[in-house]
Design a binder for this molecule. Structure first.
Ligand SMILES: [Zn+2]
Ligand SMILES: [Zn+2]
Length: 182
């Protein structure tokens, strides 16, 4: 099997599952709202994802009280020990599905069940898929496919090889500046 096919097979499950959910959510939103409303709400959902990405990486994987990373036998610890092993980069559906359900329920409750929740969730889901894709590529390709992504590559390598108590953002860097971990 060529390397490329292996990469596609590894990334396929989240794309199939969340791609379908995103499509359903957009269909739901489009029954009542215009494209402009949907697009603007999606941007909000994506932006919220970038915050969740930061918080989950920092507090879910690194700063869990009483459990320093180096002593934990967990998925993120394995990823830090074997950063370029493609098997340990993409988050398992068994972990993301329950989280995805919790987030959906929260958004649904806050949004009062409005179909715009579907647009928000679609933006949030696209942010998540962007995260998995970029994070995966950062580890399997030493050079980014586009020059403008170079900064993100360097930034995540710093998190892995320089200081793993900083540089938590993967697809964006702004929350590290906001919370003082840049
Ligand atoms: Zn990584
Ligand atoms: Zn980490």
């Amino acid at each position: 099997m060529t390397k490329e096919i292996k990469h596609i097979i590894i990334l396929l499950p989240p794309y199939l599952v969340y791609g379908s959910i995103i499509a359903l959510c957009l269909r739901w939103a489009s029954q009542e709202f215009s494209t402009l409303w949907i697009a603007a709400t999606m941007v909000g959902g994506w932006f919220f994802w970038t915050l969740v990405e930061y918080l989950l990486h920092r507090f879910g994987f690194h700063e869990l009280p009483g459990r320093p990373l180096a002593k934990r036998y967990d998925i993120h610890w394995i990823h830090h020990r074997l950063p370029h092993n493609p098997k340990h980069i993409v988050t398992s559906l068994w972990l993301t599905l329950p989280l995805a359900a919790v987030f959906f329920i929260i958004f649904w409750a806050v949004g009062g069940g409005s179909p715009l929740v579907g647009a928000w969730y679609a933006g949030f889901g696209i942010g998540y898929l962007m995260y998995e894709t970029i994070h995966y590529l950062i580890h399997v390709r030493p050079h980014p496919p586009f020059k403008f992504l170079r900064g993100l590559w360097k930034y995540h390598y710093r998190h892995h090889f320089q200081d793993d108590s900083r540089y938590y953002g993967v697809t964006t860097r702004w929350w590290d500046y906001v919370f003082g971990t840049a």
